[in-house]
Ligand binder design. Structure first.
Ligand code: PMP
Length: 285
């Protein structure tokens, strides 16, 4: 019996069950899921799973693809079509398909996928009789910002927070009140002494390629800089602020929260650094 999946309104054999390459679940981990136990063909704690699903959807402002009633009917149908007596049903809802861009897209239809799998109760009993081993690991969820991972949901939420306030970017702040980086950019300041400052690379930020190239150009030109973390207060009171990324190059920032930076126009150092980076790109192309 071939396994059947439900994908956006269709029941399909697994080998034909696929989603769009620009599904936000695939590109940003912008989605939620549930796994429900099936015992003797019945869903266990269905209501608890539905409540948690609706809560997760609400927290991410993803519209439910349908009401709970029809959703439960489809879940039963997936269980039936897969002949699952004991096992699990997996259900995933993503924000849907949109051209890749961090903020929530407008007017997307959420994508709904379900699969079901048989599990052997006998095997489960045998495992339970022997017991299992456990190891401890540091809880690093998610402390590896140095990995350019597609689990970008926190970055998506940060970018949306910026958009909600009519801002281009959100600079994220760690538990010690130090600025880490933007949701998709690296953060820089020029302090009142004219020193260019950006955070050193570590597991706490992505080692931006633009950041690295700009630092290299600064070194070549003898422009002084400091690799250190800076506080939100330093950011608010900086002479200049700018950000870097492959899409934005070197981009001057003129306002952070309610603080106007400098005289509210791009600072002269930021403008010069943008030109230096533009020249670097011209020479490299
Ligand atoms: N930080 C984060 C979290 C990013 O997603 C990006 C963009 N990829 C950057 C920094 C900037 O990196 P790059 O200069 O390589 O584009």
């Amino acid at each position: 019996m071939s396994r059947i999946a439900y994908v956006n309104g269709q029941y399909l054999p697994h080998r034909h069950a696929s989603i769009h390459i620009e599904d936000r679940g695939y590109q940003f981990a912008d989605g939620v899921y549930e796994v429900v136990t099936i015992v003797n063909g019945k869903m266990i704690d269905e209501e608890g799973h539905m409540e948690r699903l609706w809560r997760s959807l609400g927290e991410l402002q993803i519209d439910a693809p349908m009401k709970a009633g029809p959703l439960k009917m489809i879940m039963r149908e997936v269980v039936r079509r897969n002949g699952v007596v004991n096992g699990i049903i997996y259900l995933q809802i993503t924000r849907g398909v949109a051209p890749r861009d961090h903020p929530f897209p407008k007017n997307t239809t959420p994508a709904l996928v379900m699969t079901a799998k048989r599990l052997s109760m006998d095997k489960s009993e045998r495992t339970a009789q022997a017991g299992v081993n456990v190891v401890t690991v540091p809880d690093i969820r998610w402390d590896r910002c140095d990995i350019k991972s597609v689990s970008l949901l926190p970055n998506v939420l940060a970018k949306q927070a910026a958009k909600d306030k009519n801002a281009y970017e959100a600079f994220q702040v760690d538990k010690n009140g130090m600025v880490t980086e933007g949701s998709s950019t690296n953060a820089w300041i020029v302090n009142q002494d004219g020193k260019v400052i950006t955070r050193p690379t570590s597991n706490e930020i992505l080692a931006g390629i633009t950041r690295a190239s700009l630092l290299r150009e600064l070194e070549k030109k003898g422009v002084e800089f400091e690799l250190r973390s800076f506080t939100v207060e330093e950011l608010h009171n900086a002479r200049e602020v700018f950000l870097t990324s492959s899409t934005s190059y070197v981009l001057p920032v003129v306002k952070v929260d309610e603080h106007v930076i400098g005289n509210g126009n791009p600072g002269s150092i930021s403008v010069t650094l943008r030109q230096i980076y533009r020249d670097f790109m011209e020479d490299a192309s």
